[in-house]
Design a protein around this ligand. Structure first.
Ligand SMILES: CC(C)(COP(=O)(O)OP(=O)(O)OC[C@H]1O[C@@H](n2cnc3c(N)ncnc32)[C@H](O)[C@@H]1OP(=O)(O)O)[C@@H](O)C(=O)NCCC(=O)NCCS
Length: 145
């Protein structure tokens, strides 16, 4: 697997994975705007030149906020999600950030397992955070200092 930065040529594949993975997917326009967002950083997982997954984060002062992470359904369970999350964590650690955070649906056991496996902890609940079904979001943090 090869990890690259976000490029325009990857947007169609990312959008396809996004729509296969989320009930509230980002629009293609929002993804394209990320190319010019100086505070956004993406890691794109490529297998034989094809996008199989991605993780995005926003740098907010000295915090990393994960915006999205998804692996193509055909490639889940092979460790790619963990490699991408580790890349984002290491990136934030190297920038001497205070920590890295994200929100996850309370029902998303697989993602919660992934985050906990890398040391993220439950720090609170955003009530009815997800507008499609009013599901609560767990706020998770991994602190570096
Ligand atoms: C969550 C997601 C990114 C994980 O990516 P992945 O490549 O399938 O995960 P990995 O193979 O790297 O596994 C990493 C960890 O996730 C957990 N995990 C993965 N598959 C699992 C499963 N079927 N059941 C339970 N836990 C699982 C395990 O903790 C695993 O660590 P381990 O192998 O050391 O036990 C992927 O399932 C996905 O794209 N889901 C849809 C989008 C999504 O929900 N994103 C998160 C939004 S907050």
């Amino acid at each position: 697997m090869f990890i690259d930065d976000l490029r325009l040529e990857y947007i169609d594949a990312i959008y396809e994975i996004e729509t296969m993975s989320f009930s509230l997917p980002w629009s293609k326009d929002s993804l394209i705007k990320e190319l010019d967002n100086k505070n956004a950083h993406y890691f794109i997982a490529l297998l034989d030149g094809k996008v199989v997954g991605y993780i995005g984060l926003w740098e907010i002062i000295d915090e990393g906020h994960i915006t999205n992470i998804a692996i193509h359904p055909n490639f889940r369970g092979h460790g790619f999600g963990k490699i991408l999350l580790t890349s984002a964590v290491d990136y934030c650690k190297n920038k001497n950030f205070y920590g890295i955070t994200l929100e996850v649906r309370v029902s998303n056991t697989i993602a919660i397992n992934l985050y906990e496996s890398l040391g993220f902890v439950n720090c609170g609940i955003r009530k009815k955070f997800y507008t499609d079904n009013n599901e609560d979001g767990i706020i998770m943090w991994k602190y570096f200092r």
